[in-house]
Design a protein around this ligand. Structure first.
Ligand code: ZN
Length: 381
C-alpha cells in the first residue's frame, strides 16, 4: 500500500494547487449561485480524476455533486462523503485570503472541508491508478451540510444503504479519526401563566417565570441523572415577563441536547416532551426534537477503525480514535446500520474560526490512508 503514499507524495504540489482552486471559489451554504458555480467546477474537475462520472443533483439551495467510478451494480460500492459548502460569506477571501505559511494553508473552508474533498479525489486517483483498484466508489459532495443537509440527505442515504462502508472526509480531530459522534437536538419550552398586579393582587396571577425556574431545575436533574450515559442538556437562552411589577404571563427557554445513543435520544425526548407543570394552572408548550441521530461506535465502525489504524502504521504514522459532540452526515448514514468512519479528511485546526488552516504535509499521507482503505475494503469482495 505504500505505493499510494509514494504516488501522492510525488503529487504533493498538485494537491496543494487543487486546494487553492477549491478555496478561492467561495461557497457559503446560503448562496445558491455561488454553490451552483462551484458544483459545475467540481463536476468538471471530477471527470479528470481517473475518469470519474459526475452528475449534478438539483436542489433549490444549490446542486450537489455525485461522482461514480466503476459499476455500482457489480458490487456494493464504498461511499465517500463530503461537503463543499462553508460557513463563510462571499468576500471573506478579501480579509482571509488563501495563503501558505510555515507549512500550513489558511483560508475559508480549508479545514472544513475543502482539503478533505481534494484528498478524497486524490485518494480515488491513487487507488485506481497507483494501486490498480477497481471496486466501485461513489463520492457524494453536498452543498448543505452546514445548514443541516435537508435537501441532500435522501440522496446520500440512498447511496449509503447500498454501500459496503461509508468514509467521511470531514476534518480529523487533531489527527484522530471519529468513531462516534453525539446526536444533536434542540427543544423549545414555552410556559403560559397569568398576569396580575405584583403588589395588590399577586394571588390572582400565575408566574410563568416561577414555573420556568422549576422546569429548569427539573432539566438540570434530568441532565445529572443521564450524564454517565454521555447526555448533555443545556438551557441556552431564557426570556419572559414584561415589567418588575407584573406577574409574568409568559416565559420561554431554548434547550440544546446531545446524546450518545439512539436509546438515549428516545429517552430524553420522551422526558422533555413529558415535562409537566408544577402549578396546576400553568401550561407548558414543548416543541423540537433530536434532529441528527447519534453516530454510535458500532462493531462495523470499530472494525473499520482498526483497519485504518493498521494501514496508517504501515504508511508510517499513528492514528487514534475519538468521540466528538458535534454531528456530521456520518450520523445519518450510521443510523442506517452501515459501518461509518469519520474524520478521514484534513489535519489542522480552526473550523469556523479566523485561523482555519490545514497542515500541508499531511495531505498526501491522509489521502494515502483513504486510498489504502479503499484497497483493503476492495479486497473483501
Ligand atoms: Zn464539515
Amino acid at each position: 500500500m505504500t505505493e499510494s503514499l509514494d504516488y501522492l507524495t510525488a503529487h504533493s504540489d498538485d494537491l496543494l494547487a487543487d486546494l487553492e482552486r477549491f478555496v478561492t471559489r467561495e461557497t457559503p451554504s446560503t448562496d445558491p449561485s455561488a454553490l451552483a458555480g462551484f458544483a459545475a467546477f467540481l463536476a468538471t474537475y471530477a471527470t479528470t480524476i481517473a475518469d470519474g462520472m459526475a452528475a449534478l443533483v438539483p436542489a433549490s439551495g444549490g446542486p450537489h455533486v455525485r461522482v461514480v467510478w466503476g459499476d455500482p451494480e457489480r458490487a456494493a460500492p464504498i461511499l465517500l462523503l463530503g461537503h463543499f459548502d462553508t460557513v463563510w460569506d462571499v468576500g471573506t477571501l478579501a480579509t482571509m485570503p488563501f495563503r501558505v505559511a510555515s507549512g500550513a494553508a489558511y483560508g475559508p473552508g480549508t479545514f472544513d472541508m475543502k482539503a478533505g474533498l481534494v484528498q478524497g479525489f486524490w485518494a480515488v486517483r491513487a487507488y485506481r491508478e497507483a494501486l490498480g483498484g477497481d471496486r466501485p466508489v461513489v463520492f457524494f459532495c453536498n452543498s448543505d451540510e452546514e445548514i443541516g443537509s435537508a435537501s441532500s440527505r435522501p440522496h446520500f442515504e440512498a447511496d449509503a444503504r447500498r454501500a459496503a462502508a461509508v468514509l467521511v472526509l470531514e476534518p480529523s480531530h487533531h489527527g484522530a479519526l471519529k468513531t462516534a459522534r453525539k446526536g444533536t437536538g434542540e427543544f423549545h419550552l414555552a410556559v403560559r401563566g397569568r398576569a396580575s398586579h405584583a403588589g395588590t393582587a399577586p394571588e390572582d396571577g400565575i408566574s410563568a417565570i416561577d414555573e420556568l425556574a422549576r422546569q429548569i431545575l427539573d432539566l438540570r436533574a434530568l441532565a445529572d441523572a443521564h450524564l454517565a450515559h454521555g447526555t448533555t442538556i443545556n438551557v441556552g437562552t431564557v426570556s419572559g415577563g414584561t415589567r418588575t411589577n407584573v406577574g409574568a404571563a409568559e416565559a420561554r427557554a431554548d434547550i440544546d441536547v446531545r446524546v450518545a445513543t439512539l436509546a438515549e435520544a428516545d429517552h430524553i425526548t420522551a422526558a422533555i416532551t413529558g415535562l409537566r407543570a408544577h402549578h396546576p394552572e400553568a401550561r407548558l408548550e414543548i416543541a423540537g426534537g433530536v434532529n441528527r441521530p447519534p453516530m454510535e461506535r458500532t462493531l462495523g465502525t470499530v472494525r473499520l477503525f482498526e483497519r485504518a489504524r493498521a494501514l496508517a502504521a504501515n504508511l508510517g504514522f499513528a492514528v487514534d480514535e475519538v468521540m466528538v459532540g458535534g454531528g456530521s452526515d456520518g450520523n445519518f448514514c450510521s443510523a442506517l446500520g452501515v459501518p461509518v468512519l469519520d474524520g478521514l479528511g484534513a489535519v489542522g485546526d480552526g473550523a469556523h474560526a479566523l485561523d482555519e488552516h490545514i497542515i500541508v504535509a499531511e495531505m498526501p499521507r491522509r489521502a494515502a490512508l483513504v486510498a489504502s482503505l479503499l484497497a483493503a475494503l476492495g479486497d473483501d469482495l
